[in-house]
Ligand binder design. Structure first.
Ligand SMILES: Nc1ncnc2c1ncn2[C@@H]1O[C@H](COP(=O)(O)OP(=O)(O)OP(=O)(O)O)[C@@H](O)[C@H]1O
Ligand SMILES: [Mg+2]
Length: 373
C-alpha cells in the first residue's frame, strides 16, 4: 500500500491529538506511530517516506515535541518541527488514552507491519474452538501466568509451538486468545517480518519483542513461523535468513530481558523449522483433525449462523466428513452447499446440496496431483 493512497480520517484543528479532550491520569509506556502524510497535498509535492536511521534519536526528538500530549489509539498526532503538519496515526498507545512522558517509548512502524501488529478485533472465545483441548489448556496456563507472574517464579511459560494439519484452528485459537487476554497480544504473520531489505527482518523482530517487553506481561504470537525460522539447509535461499533466525533465537532466549513475554509459534511444517529454534520451544502441541464428536460439534456450531434453514439431519454429515479439518467442513462443505442452494433460489438447504459439496471434494481427491502423478 502506498502511503499517499491513505486518506487520513478527518482531523480537528487541535493539532495535539484528534481526541485529546479527556484529561488522562496515566503515563504512556509505549506509543506506536504509523507515518500517514500531509492532510492535503498540492500537485507538486509528494508525501515524503519516513525512514528512521537512529531510533534513540528519533525517540528523543518525538518525546521532546510531544511531551505531555495525550495519546489515544486511532487518533492522529502532527509533527511540529522537521516536517510541520505531517500526520502520524497512533496505532498503539499503552495504556490507551495516556500522556507522553520523558520515559515513554515511541516506535515508528511501516504500514505493512502495522497491519499485522494491530490488535485484532475479534469476538471469538476459546470455547468457540472445538477440541484442541491440550492447546486450550496451555493457553489457560499462560493466562494464569500473565495474571500472576510471581506465582510461577523461575518457571514461567516462555515459548510454545502449535503445529498440525492446516485448517485445524491454530490461527483461530490465537484470535480468540487476543480477545480473552487482558494483556496485549502481538499477532504477527512471520512473512510480514521479513521486510524488503537485508537487515529489515532482524530489526523488525527486535522491535516487535521490544514493544512486547515494554508492555509486558504480553504475548507474541508468530503465525506461520516456518517462513522465518527456516532450517539451515534452506537458509541459502535468502541471504539474510540466518540473520533473522539469529534475531529470533536471541529473543526466544530472553537475552534481551523479555521478562513476562510469552512467545507462541504456529506452523503446519514443524520439520521445516531450524533445529535451534525448534528446541527453544518448551512444548510442542499438535492440532489434530477433529474426531467424530468434534465434527458433530463443528457442524452444529456453523449451521447455526447459516442464512437459510436446514432441511437435513446434520448428524448424517458426521461420517462423510471423516478426515476433513474444521476449515474444510465450514468452507468446502457447508459454504458450498449454501451457495448451491442460493444459486438454485431455494429457501432451504437440503441433503441434495450437501451431496453436491461432498462430491466436489471427492472429485478433487481423484484429480491427478501435479504433473507426475
Ligand atoms: N477446531 C475448530 N473449531 C471450530 N472451527 C474451526 C476449527 N478449526 C478450524 N475451524 C474453522 O476453520 C477456519 C480456519 O482455521 P484456522 O485458520 O484456525 O486454521 P489453521 O490451523 O491456522 O490452519 P493453517 O495451518 O492453514 O494456517 C477457522 O476460522 C474456523 O472457522
Ligand atoms: Mg493459520
Amino acid at each position: 500500500m502506498k502511503l499517499n493512497n491513505i486518506i487520513p480520517e478527518p482531523v480537528t484543528s487541535d493539532k495535539k491529538s484528534t481526541k485529546s479532550l479527556n484529561k488522562p491520569e496515566k503515563d504512556a509506556k509505549l506509543v506506536v506511530l504509523q507515518p500517514i502524510g500531509y492532510p492535503f497535498l498540492c500537485n507538486l509535492v509528494e508525501n515524503p517516506k519516513i525512514e528512521i536511521f537512529d531510533k534513540e534519536l528519533f525517540e528523543l526528538y518525538a518525546r521532546e515535541q510531544w511531551l505531555g500530549y495525550t495519546v489515544e489509539e486511532g487518533s492522529f498526532i502532527f509533527d511540529q518541527k522537521l516536517l510541520p503538519d505531517y500526520a502520524f496515526k497512533i496505532i498503539k498507545a499503552h495504556p490507551d488514552n495516556s500522556k507522553i512522558t520523558d520515559s515513554t517509548s515511541i516506535l515508528l512502524m511501516e504500514v505493512e507491519e502495522v497491519r499485522e501488529i494491530k490488535r485484532i478485533e475479534s469476538t471469538l472465545t476459546m470455547e468457540d474452538v472445538i477440541g484442541q483441548e491440550r492447546a486450550k489448556d496451555k493457553c489457560k496456563i499462560i493466562m494464569k501466568y500473565l495474571q500472576d507472574p510471581e506465582h510461577f517464579g523461575d518457571w514461567a511459560p516462555r515459548n510454545v509451538l502449535f503445529h498440525g494439519t492446516p485448517g485445524t484452528g491454530k490461527t483461530m485459537l490465537a484470535k480468540s486468545l487476543s480477545n480473552e487476554l487482558k494483556v496485549p497480544l502481538f499477532l504477527i504473520k512471520a512473512t510480514s517480518l521479513i521486510g524488503e531489505h537485508v537487515g529489515d527482518g532482524a530489526r523488525q523482530i527486535h522491535e516487535l519483542f521490544e514493544a512486547a517487553s515494554i508492555t509486558a506481561p504480553s504475548v507474541v504470537f508468530i503465525d506461520e513461523i516456518d517462513a522465518i525460522g527456516l532450517d539451515r539447509k534452506y537458509q541459502s535461499l535468502r541471504g539474510d535468513v540466518s540473520e533473522v533466525v539469529n534475531a529470533l533465537l536471541t529473543e526466544m532466549d530472553g537475552i534481551n530481558q523479555n521478562k513476562g513475554v510469552v512467545t507462541i509459534g504456529a506452523t503446519n511444517n514443524p520439520h521445516l523449522l531450524d533445529f535451534a529454534i525448534r528446541s527453544r520451544f518448551e512444548e510442542e502441541i499438535e492440532f489434530a483433525l477433529p474426531d467424530e464428536k468434534e465434527r458433530k460439534a463443528i457442524i452444529e456450531l456453523y449451521v447455526k449462523s447459516m442464512p437459510l434453514s436446514i432441511g437435513f439431519d446434520t448428524g448424517k454429515l458426521v461420517n462423510p466428513t471423516k478426515g476433513l479439518s474444521g476449515r474444510d467442513i465450514k468452507d468446502r462443505i457447508l459454504k458450498v452447499a449454501l451457495h448451491k442452494a442460493i444459486h438454485e433460489d431455494e429457501e432451504i438447504i437440503t441433503w441434495k446440496h450437501v451431496k453436491y459439496a461432498l462430491k466436489q471434494i471427492k472429485d478433487n481427491e481423484n484429480e491427478p496431483k501435479g504433473m507426475f502423478a
